[in-house]
Design a protein around this ligand. Sequence first.
Ligand code: PMP
Length: 425
Amino acid sequence: MRFTASRQRIEDASDLVVNGVNSAFRQGIRPHPLVFTAADGAILTDLDGNHLIDYFLGMGPMLLGHRPPPVVAAARQALDRSILVAGQTEAEYAAAQLLADLIPSAEQVRFALSGSEAVHAALRVARAHTGRSTVLKFEGHYHGWFDNVLWSVAPEPADAGPREAPIPVPGSAGQQPADVAVLPWNDAGLLAERLRRHDVAAVIMEPVMFNNAGILPLPGYLEAARAACDETGTLLIFDEVITGFRVSAGGAQREFGVTPDLTILGKALANGFPVAALVGRRGPMSQLGGAVLHGGTYNTQSVAMAATVATLTEIAGGEPYRRIDQVGKRLMDGLRKEFADAGVDARIVGWPAVFQVRLDPVPPRDYREGLRADRARYADLAAALLDLGVRVLPRGTWFVSAAHEDEHVDRTLAAVRAVLAGRAE
Ligand code: PMP
């Protein structure tokens, strides 16, 4: 496929818009960032007129596919009534009720705009509630781009310290120091030992590690983390921005039966509209009604809330999962077969709506072990797939929507087969 119009447009725009993009994660895309003109169902259309089968899905949000009719209709209707009222609407209460019905930890709800913001609010709540200052996170877990948590998120430099006692590594230039402790994930002993100092306000984690590697919690690990937090008065925060509504309608917490004190939701929550939520137990959440400040001019914007209600209603009905389970499972099984037939050591880790493809024969336990995977080869594979009209993230995560159909899966598997056979280069 040719991407020349996109390349030219990015180049021209770069004079005005830094690198032609508006998020750090959109630069460095191979062969270069693309410019899109439309998105519908499972298909993106770019400036060159290419139609691409989309497994980025907006970096995860488009669980129902691009422009699903019930969400589009709800957003249009909302627009006829209001855009922003700086007050309350019934839609936000309806959306909150749907969250409380779906997410085990959601006794109370506070909406925000982005996952990063909701994480920020959660950490403030946790510090205020416990009177402690340190937040404990895990190597390789991403919780947004804010100073508090952007630590030890990317392939670490040699100076990240020993595995048992990592030195927090900032993820950005210009970042403020933070009271943050970092540990390897999936090691219950190290976590319990660290919490016994009774100085940690909250432990925050992706309950399934999808951002930097596809790593499942070891059996009993989430339970052990819950117990260690309970014993030491530490809050447990699950960042379910990716896993929420994808691992199951009730998130990873429902799937694994471990309920955190606080949960961050985002992405699939509103199928592409800028909505995130902090939900949790009444005790800590009540801090938001007291001394903890969390605001936002655009919180619960009318169109976004109508889209949230429509999305969550679809999710609660279960139909999207029946479709995704069928199509996503076919895709996962098909990929396993293609890699096996080509003699490539690959593992597919996850669920039909979100999984990781790893070129790594041994399941990693944590981020450092995850770095063993042949990530350069996978990035080459992703670039070659794009050339055949299949857009997958270069880091291995695949998102599947209710709009993906068998025909898309067939074309995707044929493209993978061609790339693995070396016919596409
Ligand atoms: N937490 C996790 C687990 C995420 O994957 C992301 C975004 N990829 C965020 C938080 C931040 O969300 P946002 O980009 O909406 O700020």
